[in-house]
Structures are given as structure tokens and as C-alpha cells.
Write a protein of this length. Structure first.
Length: 280
């Protein structure tokens, strides 16, 4: 059964952070994070080049999809083994952003999985556990238990159910929002943006019974209005795809990983990331 957005209101878990002491001098490494009520609370600035983050979708066997978003279990296992051999530990975006704030990201790589495919608990989770890795699964809140209807030319793939999402969160997987209906965020009006960002968070928090702090833009499509909507909805960060000239907490870049990415290609992608040399 496909999950429907909640009809009633739901207060976001976690409450409002305590106010900052007015006597405390301003710190140059702290920026204001917009809150849903329009106020702002300080967050550590994200300085320097963003940490390396890998973007996956589906891990499964069978025919390849035309969008090249499916990685075979054998290739995925080899990719995780490569990360481990090269001294990298796969972590969720929540953990990676926290380390980024503290400038302690050495040896960490973000592992993210978009769309919330049902192969995650069956194929991905056991492989992650074999290496002591964690990850973030971005779920389309209004499509739980459904299929990837937004990919017209791709094979139909089942999505995680409400119960699976709850179980994954209990198992330590970070559950993030991928919007309410997998709509491209660019070009949407203010009300539509609020629905996709805030409403999806409410739905997911009602399932996992804990704060949902990460948002991932469908198709990686993000503009200034979408970033503002995600910040105003109370998220701690936003995950995009493209790299920007300055670091944005609300559109952190990620690196696509596919079936063709063996050790040499992963090494090249890691090196390319290291050579970008962004500054906040």
C-alpha cells in the first residue's frame, strides 16, 4: 500500500533549540540556520572543501536501467571493499555533516542512497554491516510501499514500506527526506516547496519517531528558493549533486557511483574531488 501524506498537523521532533546568550560575543565560524518559525539559531559554519560523498540509488541484479542507477550486488561489494582498503569508513550524511562542522572528516566518506528502493534492506544493509559502515537512505515520503513511477523509461522497482523504514531507522540507518512525491524542486512556488520539504519531514518523523534532519533534492535540482524552503522546514542540511563555487549547507555536493566504477574510476573520482579546492 502506498503511503499517503498525513492529513493532520505534526510538530517536528526535537523542539526549538535554546536561545543563545546575548552576552556571548559573535563567533566568525558560526552561521544562522533559519527555523520553521522564521527565527534563527546558530550552526557551525561549513568551511573548506566538502567531504567526499557517494550517491547511490539501487543495488540489485537483473537488467540495467537506462538511467544507469542500478549497481549489481557484486560490484557494490567490491566498491565497499575498495573504500575499506583505502582507509575510508562509510558513514551517514548526518555523521558526516557533524564531522564537517568539527573539521574531523579525515578517513570518512558519505554513503547515500536516493529514492528508497526496497533492495536496501535486502542488498545494501548486510554489505554495509560487513564493513562496519553506515549510510543515509533518502525516502520519498508519499510513495512508501509504492514504485518509482517518476522514472517513465526505467524498470518498475518497489520502494521500502512504512514498516521497513521504521526498522531501518531502528537499525541505525539515517532516514532522510527525498520530498513528498519526487518532484523537481526548481521552479516550484513557495507553497509547493513548503509542501515537499516540510510535509515530507512530518510524514517521515511520524514513522521513525525521531528527528529527520536531512533533505535530498530529487534529480539534484536545486536553486536558491529550494534551499530557503529546506532551511525553513527545519532540516540540518540539504544534499544536492553539483559542486558550487562556495559551500552551501543546503546543497552539499555528491559523487555519482555506477556499475562501471571499479577501483581505478573510484580513485580518479576521489582525486578529482580533492583537487577542486573549494573554500567557504
Amino acid at each position: 500500500m502506498v503511503a499517503e501524506p498525513l492529513r493532520g498537523g505534526l510538530q517536528a521532533a526535537g523542539g526549538t533549540p535554546p536561545p543563545v546568550d546575548a552576552e556571548e560575543p559573535a563567533r566568525p565560524d558560526v552561521v544562522a540556520q533559519p527555523q520553521p518559525d522564521g527565527s534563527a539559531s546558530p550552526r557551525p559554519a561549513l568551511l573548506g572543501r566538502p567531504p567526499w560523498t557517494l550517491m547511490y540509488h539501487s543495488v540489485d541484479s537483473g537488467p540495467q536501467d537506462p538511467y544507469l542507477l542500478t549497481v549489481s550486488p557484486q560490484r557494490f561489494a567490491a566498491q565497499l571493499a575498495w573504500l575499506h582498503r583505502n582507509g575510508l569508513r562509510g558513514v551517514s550524511m548526518r555523521e558526516l555533516v557533524r564531522a564537517y562542522e568539527q573539521r574531523t572528516t579525515d578517513g570518512l566518506v558519505g554513503l547515500t542512497f536516493d529514492d528508497g528502493y526496497a533492495d536496501f534492506p535486502r542488498r545494501v544493509l548486510p554489505a554495509l554491516r560487513a564493513h562496519g559502515f553506515t549510510a543515509t537512505l533518502y525516502v520519498v515520503a508519499g510513495r512508501m510501499g509504492g514504485h518509482n513511477v517518476w522514472d517513465a523509461d526505467a524498470p518498475r522497482k518497489p520502494l521500502v514500506t512504512i514498516e521497513q523504514v521504521r526498522q531501518l531507522a531502528d537499525a541505525g540507518v539515517e532516514i532522510g527526506s527525498h520530498g513528498l512525491s519526487h518532484r523537481r524542486m526548481t521552479g516550484l512556488g513557495e507553497e509547493e516547496l513548503a509542501t515537499e520539504a516540510r510535509r515530507s519531514r512530518e510524514v517521515l518523523e511520524s514513522v521513525v519517531q525521531r528527528p529527520v534532519t536531512g533533505f535530498c533534492y530529487p534529480y539534484g535540482a536545486v536553486d536558491a528558493a529550494a534551499e530557503r524552503a529546506v532551511a525553513a522546514a527545519g532540516y540540518d542540511y540539504g544534499a544536492g549533486i553539483r559542486h558550487q563555487s562556495t559551500t552551501s549547507r543546503w546543497a552539499l555536493p555528491r559523487c555519482y557511483v555506477g556499475e562501471r566504477d571499479g577501483g581505478l574510476r573510484l580513485r580518479a573520482k576521489r582525486l578529482r574531488h580533492a583537487l577542486r579546492g573549494w573554500s567557504a
